[in-house]
Design a protein around this ligand. Structure first.
Ligand SMILES: *[C@@H]1O[C@H](CO)[C@@H](O)[C@H](O)[C@H]1NC(C)=O
Ligand SMILES: *[C@@H]1O[C@H](CO)[C@@H](O)[C@H](O)[C@H]1NC(C)=O
Ligand SMILES: *[C@@H]1O[C@H](CO)[C@@H](O)[C@H](O)[C@H]1NC(C)=O
Ligand SMILES: *[C@@H]1O[C@H](CO)[C@@H](O)[C@H](O)[C@H]1NC(C)=O
Ligand SMILES: *[C@@H]1O[C@H](CO)[C@@H](O)[C@H](O)[C@H]1NC(C)=O
Ligand SMILES: *[C@@H]1O[C@H](CO)[C@@H](O)[C@H](O)[C@H]1NC(C)=O
Ligand SMILES: *[C@@H]1O[C@H](CO)[C@@H](O)[C@H](O)[C@H]1NC(C)=O
Length: 464
């Protein structure tokens, strides 16, 4: 069995699958479940609700929208933090009016004007505000229903008299409970109970026959009900996202649609699964707990090969950065290093006999002696997957997935149950042979692909 160099083509594939956040991705690229939910479909927006404790600060959430390619957002109330953080971005935002404010806005034009001056004006023209949603899912029988129309009217008057540069529209959000007949679609009509309410809203919005409809919420539950599974959530989102650009049979063309929601919100009566699935709100630090940025390492270069013309610059760049850091009197101990990959290895089997390849020797020697002298760690990208891929008949999948229950490789008195340990020990052995046995190694990348290759399945990625 040999741990050989990882094929470059496969490395590119994995980079896209596992570390594509922050990089530009092709249209329709999509992964789920994952906390790196990526889609670039123009008509898609995402609800940004905050009914959870310990959510990241708005600035981080907006950064997440950007890196995920999400161009539209809906917020439920006119909080200050979100539009503040949206300044200068092109992300458009629907700003909600909370239901309890409807009565005041409906009965007082001055209150509506105040609302607009407080919650919209300060952010123009730097925030791309698309709609003001006066109320959310008010039912016709709700005592607040009478205020929806007049609140929309007063807000509209306030908006139009403010000479805003953008065309901000005022509307409200209904749910499907106002429907009476729904089958077949061509016989659809509102219920008798809802009719006066809907008529008033629709006539305010004007152009009843061809009113534009925006889907402000849609989603699927992951738990707690019939067919409520994470898999079904993934299937629903995946199909929906690729579908909405086509619209419906009656109204072909893009249908603007907002997924529910960005985060798993743990303080809602019905817990929702977020688009950003896996980012458990409870695990995130409170904004107030965030220290000044805790920078650990500066990584000068990533996976530079010894024969790359850039290789000659790695050592000198580290040295100059190190000089820059040490002369800056930083309070923290920021280390300067570089990121290598396992292609520098020559022998890798057994781990104790491992060494760097002849070609890599001058390159890694220079790096190692710099790191030893500055007491900095070596950063390494370690993928058992590529080692497995190089010899899938001799290397057992269980061993590569760290899923073996017994020793697979005996190396002297050391019994290896998994390939990850063997690869790391190979690297340590190789470092010992060049006098750098005490270097700390940080694994800066590892992962397993979920698709597009041998043994590349969601299950295997999960096991790994
Ligand atoms: C505002 O958002 C809309 C819809 O997402 C987008 O088409 C438009 O380009 C954005 N405008 C600016 C100025 O960024
Ligand atoms: C419709 O209104 C009637 C009378 O107000 C009420 O009894 C009934 O429950 C309502 N139906 C629905 C579906 O809301
Ligand atoms: C709405 O429908 C009318 C009549 O069918 C048409 O003239 C008008 O252009 C339509 N407006 C929009 C925004 O589609
Ligand atoms: C969308 O419409 C295009 C063009 O008609 C078609 O090729 C494509 O399959 C449709 N996509 C979906 C998801 O319906
Ligand atoms: C900075 O990060 C390191 C490593 O994660 C951690 O041990 C340390 O406590 C952090 N320091 C501060 C001030 O948060
Ligand atoms: C090692 O270097 C030689 C000569 O520069 C080159 O022909 C060979 O391909 C290199 N081997 C590896 C594994 O990079
Ligand atoms: C991992 O090991 C467990 C326990 O032996 C087994 O049930 C499971 O099927 C294994 N998973 C894989 C992907 O081999």
């Amino acid at each position: 069995m040999a741990l050989s160099k990882k094929p470059v083509m496969a490395a590119l594939l994995l980079l896209l699958l596992i570390t594509s956040q922050g990089k530009s991705v092709p249209l329709d690229t999509y992964t789920f479940p994952s906390n790196k939910f990526i889609f670039v479909v123009q008509s898609i927006g995402v609800n940004y609700g905050t009914t959870a404790d310990d959510l990241p600060p708005a600035t981080e959430v907006i950064a997440l929208f950007k890196t995920s390619g999400i161009g539209k957002m809906r917020i439920f109330d006119p909080n200050q933090a979100t539009p503040q953080a949206l300044k200068g971005s092109s992300i458009s935002v629907i700003v909600g009016v909370v239901n309890n404010d409807l009565q005041g806005l409906a009965t007082s034009p001055a209150a509506a004007n105040d609302w607009v001056q407080t919650n919209i004006s300060p952010y123009l023209p730097n925030v791309n505000i698309s709609y003001i949603a006066a109320g959310n899912e008010i039912k016709p029988s709700d005592p607040l229903a009478q205020y929806v129309g007049p609140a929309m009217q007063n807000l509209y008057n306030a908006v139009t008299s403010s000479n805003f540069p953008t065309q901000i529209k005022v509307s409200t959000i209904i749910d499907m409970s106002s429907m009476g007949n729904t089958y077949p679609p061509s016989s659809g009509s509102f219920s008798d109970n809802a009719s006066a309410y809907i008529n008033a809203i629709a006539s305010f919005l004007i152009g009843v026959d061809n009113l534009t409809i925006i889907v402000t919420e849609t989603g699927w539950p992951s738990d707690g009900g019939v067919a409520a599974t994470v898999d079904n959530v993934g299937t629903y989102y995946k199909n929906l996202i690729s579908h909405v650009n086509n619209g419906t049979l009656k109204r072909p063309g893009p249908l603007e649609t907002y997924l529910f929601a960005m985060f798993d919100e743990d303080q809602k009566a019905v817990q929702s699964i977020g688009v950003n699935y896996g980012t458990i709100a409870d695990d995130l630090p409170l904004a107030t707990e965030l220290p000044d940025v805790n920078i650990s390492y500066i990584a000068a270069g990533n996976e530079i090969k010894p024969n790359d013309p850039l290789a000659q610059y790695v050592g000198p760049a580290m040295q100059n950065l190190y000089n820059g850091v040490t002369s800056s009197n930083f309070p923290t101990q920021i280390k300067v290093s570089t990121v290598i990959d396992m292609s520098l290895m020559g022998n890798t089997y057994p781990p104790s006999s491992s060494s760097f390849s002849d070609n890599a020797s001058a390159y890694i020697n220079a790096i190692a002696s710099f790191l030893v002298s500055t007491k900095a760690p070596l950063l390494a990208n370690v993928y058992p997957y590529f080692a497995y891929l190089s010899d899938p008949t001799d290397i057992k999948l269980d061993y590569a997935l760290l899923n073996s229950s017994g020793v697979v490789v005996q190396d002297g008195n050391l019994g290896y149950q998994n390939l990850f340990d063997a690869m790391m020990d190979s690297l340590y052995s190789a470092l010992e042979k060049i006098g750098a046995g005490n270097l700390i190694v940080i694994v800066t990348e590892t992962g397993w692909p979920s698709d597009g290759g041998v043994a590349a399945t969601v299950d295997d990625a999960g096991t790994y």
